[in-house]
Write a protein that binds this ligand. Structure first.
Ligand code: AP5
Length: 221
């Protein structure tokens, strides 16, 4: 399965992608995580990207493209993948088509998690992320068993630097500006499915799995 998860910041793309990747035994490719890794390692890309990320802006397409080409050169993507945070605009969608075309691959499903603004702000202002394994928690919605400690690996939890109110608003505005064209692009491919991201994480997960199973069944007919 080659799946793209779309949705605004805080829709739950990362949360769902991590569980799905485990369930389906596929790599989870998050451009946000790859960028944060570059920032923390102080690479040239990380140094260039940091300013954009802290302002809530998109990192320029050509920088992201290079990073993605490198990621797709790894053999694990051959079995499929869960892509989270890419594409964010039509140019990136076309770039993805080119990268996949060269690998003789195509997208199976694009799942758009439609999420309301009040939910987004509540989720992002309370998000905690594990500094070691990247697992997401939330102060109220999904609290860790031990304060500021990851349930899965014991790593220290932190708040993302772009989860400040002003930056959240900017990220949302950028998403709203770019997303309608992107949604139209995937509507035309007939691979787009829309779910509510407002619902409980378990409910959203069950609905995604249902869609994946339906897709797999349709291939057997
Ligand atoms: P990125 O890391 O991709 O951030 P984002 O798209 O803004 O999305 P988030 O990670 O904030 O939200 P999410 O949907 O994954 O929600 P999550 O599961 O964490 O990108 C960061 C930055 O990098 C961008 O702003 C940009 O600068 C740059 N960038 C990245 N990709 C780029 C690209 N392609 N091009 C250019 N620039 C790029 O959940 C949020 C919280 O809610 C968590 O606390 C979670 O526990 C909780 N939660 C999740 N689901 C539920 C639920 N159903 N019910 C209750 N709580 C929930």
């Amino acid at each position: 399965m080659k799946i793209i998860l779309l949705g605004p910041p805080g829709a739950g793309k990362g949360t769902q992608a991590k569980i799905l990747a485990k369930e389906l035994n596929l790599p989870h490719i998050s451009t946000g995580e790859l960028l944060r890794q570059n920032v923390s390692e102080g690479t040239d890309l990380g140094r260039e990207a940091k300013g954009y990320m802290n302002k809530g802006l998109l990192v320029p397409d050509d920088l992201i493209k290079e990073m993605l080409v490198q990621r797709f050169a790894k053999p694990d993507v051959r079995a499929g993948f869960i892509l989270d945070g890419y594409p964010r605009n039509i140019n990136q969608a076309q770039t993805l088509d080119q990268i996949l075309g060269q690998l003789k691959m195509g997208i199976d499903m694009v799942i758009d998690l439609k999420t309301s603004e009040s939910v987004i702000v509540q989720r992002l202002s309370g998000r905690l992320v594990c500094s070691v394994c990247g697992l997401n928690f939330h102060i109220k919605n999904m609290p860790p068993k031990k304060p500021m400690t990851c349930d899965a690996c014991g790593g220290k939890l932190y708040q993302r630097s772009d989860d400040r109110e002003e930056t959240i608003k900017k990220r949302l505005a950028v998403y709203l500006k770019e997303s309608s064209g992107l949604i139209k692009y995937y509507q035309e491919t007939k691979k787009l499915y829309t779910l509510s991201g407002d619902e409980d994480a378990q409910v959203v997960l069950a609905k995604i799995i249902q869609l994946v199973e339906k897709h797999n069944d349709s291939l057997k007919v």
